[in-house]
Write a protein that binds this ligand. Structure first.
Ligand code: PMP
Ligand code: GLU
Length: 402
């Protein structure tokens, strides 16, 4: 059977594929250390689980309104009011099956064939694929020469008459880098001037280190509400990745179109999962802050280890999220040409040292590797020791001979 041209345009999510592969090898008894997973390793807080159990017991097991139950939309409304000072009406909010689904709905209703979306690169694996699926063209704005910080010059350089939207993801997956407030404001002003949509993916907003603060342009200019779609989810903030609850807030025409699309695809997000998300958003951030502190300790440990023990792998210092994006070009050199891509490097790590990591090429940068530190401290220590062995110059030379 010949499948649609649309399907052949996209590749599977590498982050999910590598995580699944590591889990499978582990279940087969292999001593795998995985830096693959892009999800918190903490158990979902019990008050959230209890809310789901309660919802099931009360019989909330049926269809809900497509855009989500009112209680949850009210909680999302309150979250935006508290965090950004922005007042979204209920018809300006759509709850979907994860942040990824929110983005999917958005690009599907936004893009015509050939419309361009400017994506700061390196980028999260799904942005490019969803844009392509929707008929759009991902336009990658290289940020690597500016400490991975997207700015107005990069936006201008990549802007064309076909530009429909620009993505802001701060802190970012895969670098964890936070954009400067000034840059975000300048980007937003240019977007307004050119009438392009600002898509702000704030999924890592609560996981920020070094006492730095999250910033969204809506916090300083409420009028941007009409030109911005804010994407978020409970997935990372409350360690609820499997619940699949995300949400979008923006202009009512866009949200209404997304609602129509969702009504013809998934219908409502899972009824009882919505009650879990409601408990999460109505609760406090104690759990999140504890998790964040733990992530920060792990980040510090990893940065120190690279600085002192593995000098040939050079990490970007993440301000937030839970990833280390590290430059491996010196390892390529030391391998005498036998490792010349991030994919080969990750295969070498997995085959020879049983370490799973995501090749940088999947995020648009082949000289890098992504290591998630959303995993146990002991696993991190073991994994780093293995990587140290793997990139040891003698072992790399042997690889060439072998
Ligand atoms: N945006 C970014 C930057 C992400 O890393 C993720 C992680 N999967 C998502 C959106 C979507 O998250 P989810 O669909 O699990 O809510
Ligand atoms: N966002 C996470 C990651 O980058 C989860 C997997 C995915 O949805 O891509 O690993």
């Amino acid at each position: 059977m010949k499948l649609s041209c649309r399907t052949s345009l996209i590749k599977p999510s590498a982050t999910l594929a590598i995580t699944a592969k590591a889990k499978k090898l582990k279940s087969e008894g292999k001593d795998i250390v995985s830096f693959g997973a892009g999800e918190p390793d903490f158990d979902t807080p019990s008050y959230i689980k209890d809310a789901v159990k309660d919802a099931l017991d009360k019989g909330f097991t049926k269809y809900t309104p497509v855009s989500g139950i009112d209680e949850l939309k009210n909680a999302i409304h309150d979250k935006f009011l508290t965090d950004y000072g922005v007042n979204y009406e209920n018809n300006e909010i759509l709850v979907s099956c994860g942040g990824k689904h929110s983005l999917y709905n958005l690009f599907m209703v936004l893009l015509n064939d050939g419309d361009e979306v400017i994506i700061p690169s390196p980028y999260w694996v799904s942005y490019t694929e969803i844009v392509k699926l929707a008929g759009g063209i991902p336009v990658l704005a290289d940020t690597s020469f500016n400490n991975f910080k997207f700015n107005l010059d990069m936006l201008k350089e990549n802007f064309s008459s076909k530009t429909k939207a620009v993505i802001i993801n701060s802190p970012s997956n895969p670098t964890g880098v936070l954009l400067d407030e000034k840059d975000i404001i300048e980007i937003a002003m240019f977007a307004i001037e050119k009438d392009i949509l600002i898509i702000t993916d704030d999924i890592y907003e609560k996981i920020i280190f070094d006492d730095k603060n999250f910033f969204n342009v809506l916090m300083v200019d409420k009028s941007l509400k009409e030109n911005t779609v804010a994407i978020n989810a409970v997935s990372k903030t409350y360690s609820m990745t499997g619940f699949r609850i995300g949400y979008a807030a923006g202009h009512k025409e866009i949200i209404s179109a997304m609602n129509n699309l969702q009504s013809q695809s998934t219908s409502n997000p899972t009824s009882f999962a919505q009650y879990g998300a409601l408990a999460a958003l109505r609760g406090n951030l104690d759990f999140t802050m504890k998790m964040k502190e733990e992530f920060e300790k792990r980040r510090n440990y990893m940065l120190d280890f690279f600085e002192n023990e593995i000098k040939t792998v050079k990490p970007v210092r993440p301000d937030g999220a839970f990833y280390i994006f590290a430059d491996i070009s010196e390892v390529f050199k030391n391998s005498g040409g036998s490792i010349d891509s991030s994919t080969k490097f990750c295969s070498y790590l997995l085959d020879s040292y049983l370490v799973a990591a995501v090749p940088g090429i999947e995020f648009g940068n082949d000289n890098y590797v992504r290591l998630s530190f959303a995993t146990d401290f002991n696993v991190i220590k073991e994994g780093l020791n293995r990587i140290k062995e793997a990139v040891n110059i003698d072992n790399l030379k042997n690889l060439k001979r072998g």
